[in-house]
Design a protein around this ligand. Structure first.
Ligand SMILES: Nc1ncnc2c1ncn2[C@@H]1O[C@H](COP(=O)(O)OP(=O)(O)O)[C@@H](O)[C@H]1O
Ligand SMILES: [Mg+2]
Length: 98
């Protein structure tokens, strides 16, 4: 959430942001959507893997630590939607063994 909002402020030039947190099936789903510039995801990934930025990669890594995953839909001119999905079962067992 923090990284997506920082990215929207820094990069998107958006007018609106929609945030939804919902239980979907047996998981938790966080959606952050903006109506800004959008971007070339493949290009940004290449740049990130080459050491050019860490925001998107660190979101993916942090989601994976909680057995979750990130999905990004975006295109230049079309806004951006970032979804983070986490299994509630895994979150529960993490708490139990803590
Ligand atoms: N919501 C967004 N709207 C437009 N561009 C974005 C958005 N989120 C990310 N980007 C693009 O993806 C790139 C990589 O993001 P990130 O890995 O967080 O690096 P950083 O924010 O440090 O540049 C950004 O530089 C920007 O070009
Ligand atoms: Mg960033």
């Amino acid at each position: 959430m923090q990284e997506t909002l920082t990215n929207i402020l820094r990069h998107a030039g958006a007018r609106n942001v929609w945030i939804e947190l919902a239980v979907a099936g047996d998981g938790l789903k966080l959606t952050v959507r903006d109506d800004g510039n959008g971007f070339d995801l493949a290009e940004s990934h290449r740049r990130a893997i080459g050491g050019g930025s860490i925001g998107l990669l660190s979101m993916e890594e942090r989601a994976a630590l909680a057995d979750g995953r990130i999905e990004i839909s975006t295109a230049p001119g079309a806004g951006t939607t970032v979804r983070a999905m986490f299994p509630l079962q895994a979150a529960q067992s993490t708490v139990d063994t803590a």
